[in-house]
Write a protein that binds this ligand. Structure first.
Ligand code: CU
Length: 360
């Protein structure tokens, strides 16, 4: 019985892959993507090889044809965010100096219900901070005083729970801090979270209302970076939030991505410069799956778990993160070309969690 249920769920997930959820696009999506990458046959061939989908052939004109028509692009404008911009978008808030000499850093976050396209033809009824998934990447410096004004413009109660060190009533937990207007923030409610930026590292924030899995999976999360007092060495900095979407509400994901849009960085590789230090702030917020991973091809990176130390713990090409785990990756590309990065859980990669660095 149990086995049958599992099997049924598996079939339903595979059916999603086969087209049910992606009506309007020809499938598999993965192959659409490859067809679109016709201008970069080397990269496309590498992708095909990696996916195990050996549909590549050449048409009479000699251009690479993957056997499926090209699918349309996600409408970034209607989404209100574009992963190609989001990947380098750090929100430092507005600042002023307090009498004590410290910096006060302020943001306003508004939760709303919002439909977003997570793959061409796939609309997901998300809940979003400031109209985007992930929410803004909040960035500050160790020791800053932080003030986040939260407005719940959604039809459901929400909170913002920050990872960091702070008093319980600033923790965004329903039932705690209700006496000062905190805790659970009802629709239409407003609450200001205020605390010190500590410790330095790569952190995150998310809603903490039950059912928690749903409130996170719907999109209420974002990266929260606390820089060390003296900063880190200059680098080309990127933020990558590993997430996924349960588009048929069966408590399993159909679309996987970094920064929400499946295959976005395969269609639009992240441009980096040969020899330049690249720093990736990586977070796994994926709900419903116990673990996610990051692997880069033809290169290695230094890994700083949670970013709370300035010495790397590991030199590797693959790391795993449970939900809520995050870290800082540093690497340089010694050669030009196209370098794939993806979840080394192959199923996730084939469902969207895959992209390229284009090194010039
Ligand atoms: Cu919520």
């Amino acid at each position: 019985m149990r086995q049958d249920e599992n099997k049924a769920m598996k079939i339903s997930r595979r059916r999603m892959l086969g087209g049910t959820a992606l009506a309007g696009t020809s499938l598999p999506l993965f192959c659409d993507l490859l067809a679109q990458r016709g201008s970069s046959p080397r990269a496309a061939a590498a992708t095909a090889g990696h996916s195990g989908m050996a549909h590549a052939s050449q048409d009479a004109n000699g251009s690479l044809h993957m056997g499926f028509a090209a699918g349309p692009e996600v409408d970034h404008r209607s989404n209100g965010f574009d992963p190609s911009e989001l990947v380098r978008d750090f929100d430092w808030g507005t600042t002023r100096r307090l009498a004590s000499g410290r910096t006060l850093r302020e943001w306003e976050l508004v939760a709303t219900d919002k439909d977003i396209q997570v793959a061409p033809g796939v609309t997901y009824s998300a809940w979003a901070y400031n109209g985007r998934v992930p929410g803004p990447t909040l960035r500050c410096r160790e020791g800053d005083r932080l003030r986040i004004r939260f407005i719940n413009g959604s039809s459901h109660p929400h909170t913002i729970h920050f990872h960091g060190v702070h008093p319980d009533f600033m923790d965004g937990m329903p039932g705690i801090g209700e006496e000062i207007g905190g805790g659970l923030i009802e629709p239409g409610g407003i609450f200001t979270y205020e605390f010190d930026a500590a410790p330095f590292g790569m952190h995150h924030y998310h809603c903490h209302v039950s059912p928690l899995a749903e409130h996170i999976a719907k999109g209420l999360y974002g990266a929260f970076i606390v820089d060390p007092k003296d900063g880190r060495p200059p680098a080309d900095e990127l933020v990558m939030v590993m997430n996924a979407f349960d588009t048929n509400f069966d408590s399993a994901n159909e679309i996987y991505a970094v920064n929400s849009i499946g295959f976005h960085y395969a269609r639009h590789p992240i441009q980096v410069k040969r020899g330049e230090l690249v720093r990736i702030y990586l977070l796994n917020i994926t709900e419903y799956d116990p673990i996610n991973s990051f692997h880069v091809h033809a290169n290695f990176f230094h890994y700083f778990p949670t970013g709370t130390a300035l010495q790397p713990l590991e030199y590797t090409d693959t790391i795993a993160q449970a939900q809520g785990q995050r870290g800082v990756l540093e690497l340089r590309f010694p050669h030009t070309g196209h370098y794939m990065f993806h979840a080394h859980k192959t199923e996730f990669a084939e469902l969207g969690w895959l992209g390229f660095f284009e090194v010039s």
